[in-house]
Ligand binder design. Structure first.
Ligand code: NAG
Length: 405
């Protein structure tokens, strides 16, 4: 039998051996680089995403500025909603226990900062909850507060009912369908979605009226059909004879996204509506919110890291109001509908939130640059803050905090 001499590598052959190893390592590195690149292009971002930690904000200072800068009904209503989300999340529609035993919760108004604030601005003996200064929709922003106050003082509940009746019967209609944003002429403003549907939905709960929930989603459907741009998914600001503005105003898109988010949360967390969500076709709200967010993300390329005042127009300044409100909506939807608003959306919201944080003045609490709420077409930003801009940053804070839970 021939003797098989095994040639085992010894010290003398080690240079060849290490060359082969080096080549293997080289091939391994190249192929993993190619695989990573392919995965990256398919959206598996590496390195692994580190979530944004709790936002560090002086809540008291920022909300005091919001109050100081407020003088209109929608600003009061927005502050009241913000205070509820920040200080009493268990009472807000985003709580899974928003409606214990399918009822609007009872809370003693003086114990709830939001209601203590709101009751100063609600006229419980008038037809509308506040002076809308020409807007039929804006006073409705105080509607949820009025209903909550109405749990201990029936005059507030009656006031909410008068407000709703006025809205449904006296306000001009657009093309015989949508309720006008204005009280004297028929105009559709994206702002409407934050003022009216969350109030109507909440009223549907307090009056246990599924039909009213239908009407609520109908109004949103109508507004979307008018204002949505099919190409980008973004909403125009205003259609109407007096104030038409076909631009994709950032804050207006935020109003629409957050108004739909609050409406969907109300449906989800109220048993009788949640049971019917699929059958009644209310689930479409999630997709409608996503259209706006997708449109904003696609046009989010300003070097400031903020969305522009008119989202898709390169010559407009980046500003914090719309950015904060849309990012807040994303966190709320990531909690409500994680299958649609997955990690890609949360990562985007994290980046926007981190950028917004850099625009909070730590001395004064002022958030800037912001759009001028009374002059959306103003070519330069407000640097002294705006009431709603202050509120939106706190809504972002609360949405992010609740998302982390
Ligand atoms: C509240 O509304 C009533 C009825 O319209 C009016 O007479 C009253 O002056 C209003 N109160 C305030 C504080 O505006």
């Amino acid at each position: 039998m021939p003797t098989i001499i095994q040639s085992r590598p010894n010290f003398r052959h080690s240079s060849i051996y290490s060359k082969m190893t080096a080549r293997n390592v080289f091939i391994l590195i190249i192929s993993s680089a190619i695989i990573s690149l392919l995965l990256y292009n398919y959206g598996f971002n590496s390195p692994v995403h580190t979530p944004l930690g709790k936002l560090d904000l002086d809540i008291f200072q920022i909300s005091e500025k919001a109050k100081e800068l407020s003088s209109h009904s929608w600003e009061y209503g927005t502050i009241a909603e913000t205070l509820l989300e920040v200080h009493n999340p268990e009472l807000s529609v985003f709580s899974v226990n928003a409606f214990p035993a399918d009822k609007v919760p009872s809370a003693f108004w003086a114990d709830v900062q939001s209601l203590e604030y709101a009751h100063h601005f609600i006229n419980a003996s008038a037809i509308t909850l506040a002076d809308g200064e020409g807007s039929a929709a804006d006073p409705c922003s105080l509607g949820v507060s009025a209903i909550l106050l109405g749990q201990s003082d029936v005059e507030y509940l009656k006031a909410a009912q008068r407000q709703l009746n006025y809205l449904l019967t006296d306000v001009p209609r657009i093309d015989a369908g949508g309720i006008s944003h204005l009280s004297e002429i028929a105009e559709a403003w994206s702002d409407f979605i934050a003022m009216v549907p969350p109030f109507m939905a909440y009223y549907a709960v307090v009056s246990s009226d599924i039909g009213l929930m239908d009407q609520t989603v109908q109004q949103v459907r109508f507004y979307r059909s008018l204002l949505r741009d099919p190409k980008t998914g973004l909403w125009k600001h205003i259609l109407g004879p007096r104030n038409e503005d076909r631009g994709f105003w950032s804050t207006g898109n935020g109003w629409a996204a957050m108004g739909m988010t609050r409406t969907l949360a109300t449906i989800r967390h109220w048993g009788p509506a949640a049971n019917r969500e699929q059958g009644r076709g209310w689930s479409v709200l999630a997709g409608w919110i996503k259209e706006i967010v997708d449109g904003a993300i696609a046009a989010d390329d300003d070097k400031s890291g903020l969305l522009r005042n008119y989202i898709n127009e390169k010559d407009w300044f980046g500003e914090t109001s719309g950015t904060a409100l849309i990012a807040a909506s994303v966190y709320r939807m990531a909690a409500l509908e994680p299958a649609i608003f997955g990690v890609k959306y949360v990562q985007w919201a994290d980046r926007k939130a981190a950028t917004v944080m850099k625009h909070v003045d730590r001395q004064t609490g002022i958030v800037s640059p912001v759009a001028n709420p009374l002059g959306h077409g103003q070519r330069f930003p407000e640097m002294m803050g705006s009431s709603e801009g202050q509120s939106f940053v706190l809504m972002l804070y609360a949405a992010h905090r609740d998302y982390l839970k």
